[in-house]
Design a protein around this ligand. Structure first.
Ligand SMILES: *[C@@H]1O[C@H](CO)[C@@H](O)[C@H](O)[C@H]1NC(C)=O
Ligand SMILES: *[C@@H]1O[C@H](CO)[C@@H](O)[C@H](O)[C@H]1NC(C)=O
Ligand SMILES: *[C@@H]1O[C@H](CO)[C@@H](O)[C@H](O)[C@H]1NC(C)=O
Ligand SMILES: *[C@@H]1O[C@H](CO)[C@@H](O)[C@H](O)[C@H]1NC(C)=O
Ligand SMILES: *[C@@H]1O[C@H](CO)[C@@H](O)[C@H](O)[C@H]1NC(C)=O
Ligand SMILES: *[C@@H]1O[C@H](CO)[C@@H](O)[C@H](O)[C@H]1NC(C)=O
Ligand SMILES: *[C@@H]1O[C@H](CO)[C@@H](O)[C@H](O)[C@H]1NC(C)=O
Ligand SMILES: *[C@@H]1O[C@H](CO)[C@@H](O)[C@H](O)[C@H]1NC(C)=O
Length: 421
């Protein structure tokens, strides 16, 4: 029942699309073409241009393939959200479709193996979700512009590749149990996130053009190519992965976004953890982590070196069997510094010097790991404390305010709206 209500909300919002023409009323001019029977499907199949939304709902008499042979443009959404009954169609095809002005959102077609939209280039957002049989969706590669989301969740796709999209707000790739490769080779900027979670272990990730991202989050990956990444405005997380090396040759800045009037609720800083194959990390130009720096439970990682890192606004938590830990340029740690080393004989003296001379403002613990206080970055901390810390840590190279702020707020809003759907 709830889904019906949500459906009406969606349709209600989208019926703001003006009908194309009053004089030649046809199904194609409807503000919503509701396809919930074979008969409705047959009527819709004549359309070349649709003035409003296409909404597909369960019908017991659907054929195995739903095709829109003439369709070129949808001025609204192309939606099929779950309405109590799983749709059993195996193939969805729109061979001439180039543009969907709003969203393509297909969910819970449990038997769908193929989405054939070979010339689709322009969309506001794509959301594929709960399509466990899906092994082919060619439009993911043909898309050239997207205004918002690129979301692929719970499919059987082996590869997700696109070499045309340069911008997105959300890029979320979750629960794809067959995924082996993820390559967005033209993506320069993702203003909310790029996140992989709970996919098949060992996804190879290539983001060769990515320069800026808000939240960067990778789980269960086996390789990561980010040669151009300069800034992760929110956080940079690699977790539970089988990467052997982690290289971010141009990354200068992590966690730089801060607006005192809005508390960052989920900023994890620079976090590298639970990756048992990781042998080396390289962050040769990283200068600032305006939040926490945490490297833990990567059993093969022995050397940690951040040659240019000067400021860490939050806590530092390092745990493992390290042989060397070097921060030659460090001049500020806003929170605590905790290093736990399982190996006997690790020499903490050099690091302790940073505490003695005031570089580290919080407690110092080495070689015993002391769990840093949670929320040591900005969570739940009084505004004044964060400001004070940032004021101190930012003196010098200057702390910028970021243009992505609006996009961020927008993204939060969009996220809330989407999670209702
Ligand atoms: C077209 O819209 C009208 C009302 O707006 C609706 O009654 C009718 O079912 C729609 N036709 C189709 C095919 O969706
Ligand atoms: C469709 O999927 C359901 C649920 O996974 C399955 O039981 C059924 O056999 C499938 N039907 C076809 C025609 O593949
Ligand atoms: C994937 O989608 C199917 C079909 O809706 C659902 O039964 C299954 O629980 C989903 N899996 C995950 C991990 O969400
Ligand atoms: C790290 O991965 C583990 C296991 O996959 C998960 O439970 C945990 O929430 C992840 N933590 C972060 C910070 O992503
Ligand atoms: C350490 O990482 C391994 C994976 O490399 C994981 O299985 C284990 O649960 C992690 N330990 C802790 C304490 O998180
Ligand atoms: C504090 O000590 C560290 C480690 O010896 C050194 O690298 C750093 O330059 C010192 N900083 C100041 C301000 O003395
Ligand atoms: C930090 O700097 C800002 C801007 O320069 C200033 O308004 C604020 O009062 C400072 N806060 C503290 C705690 O020093
Ligand atoms: C990334 O996109 C955001 C939002 O559109 C914009 O504010 C920011 O300047 C862009 N960054 C780069 C490096 O292009």
């Amino acid at each position: 029942m709830l889904s019906k209500i949500l459906f009406l909300t969606v349709v209600g919002l989208s019926s703001l699309h003006p009908a194309r023409s009053q004089s030649t009323p046809s199904v194609c001019d409807n503000s919503t073409i509701l396809i919930d029977s074979r008969r409705a499907l047959t009527a819709a199949q004549e359309c070349t241009t649709v003035a409003g939304d296409i909404v597909i709902q369960y019908a017991s008499d659907f054929p195995a393939t739903i095709e829109f042979p003439n369709l070129e443009l949808v001025d609204g959404n192309f939606l099929s959200i779950d309405f109590d009954e799983d749709i059993r169609v195996t193939r969805l095809s729109a061979p001439k479709l180039t543009t969907v002005a709003a969203d393509v959102y297909i969910s819970r077609w449990v038997n769908l193996t193929t989405i054939n939209m070979p010339v689709l280039t322009t969309i506001n957002r794509v959301r594929l979700n709960n399509l466990p049989s899906l092994t082919s969706a060619n439009f993911l590669s043909t898309l050239e512009t997207i205004e918002n989301n690129y979301e692929v969740t719970n499919t059987s796709l082996k590869e997700i590749r696109n070499d045309k999209l340069s911008y997105a707000v959300f890029v979320e790739i979750f629960d794809n149990k067959a995924l082996e490769k993820f390559e967005l080779t033209a993506l320069k900027n993702s203003s909310y996130n790029v996140a992989l979670r709970r996919n098949k272990p060992g996804v190879e990730v290539s983001l060769p053009a990515l320069k800026e991202v808000f939240y960067f989050e990778f789980q269960r990956i086996s390789s990561l190519e980010i040669p151009e990444l300069e800034r992760a405005i929110g956080h940079f997380v690699v977790n539970d992965s089988t990467v052997e090396t982690l290289e971010a040759p141009k990354l200068r800045d992590v966690g730089g976004w801060y607006d005192p009037s809005i508390s960052i609720t989920n900023n994890k800083g620079l976090l590298i953890q639970n990756s048992r194959s990781l042998k080396s990390i390289s962050f040769p130009v990283l200068e600032a982590v305006q939040s926490d720096l945490v490297i833990r439970n990567n059993s093969e990682l022995q050397d940690i070196s951040f040659p240019m890192l000067r400021r860490i606004a939050g806590n530092v938590g390092l745990e493992g069997t390290f042989e060397s830990v070097r921060f030659p340029k460090l001049d500020r740690v806003g929170g605590v510094f905790s290093l736990g080393n399982d190996e006997n004989g690790f020499n903490c003296a050099d690091l302790r010097e940073f505490k003695n001379n005031g570089t580290i403002r919080g407690d110092f613990s080495c070689p015993q790991y002391q769990e840093p206080p949670t929320g040591g970055s900005s969570q739940g901390e009084p505004k004044e404390e964060i400001e004070d810390r940032l004021n101190r840590t930012s003196s010098g190279t200057g702390f910028e305010s970021f243009g992505s702020f609006n996009a961020f707020v927008f993204a939060i809003f969009a996220s809330a709206v989407l999670s209702v759907l």
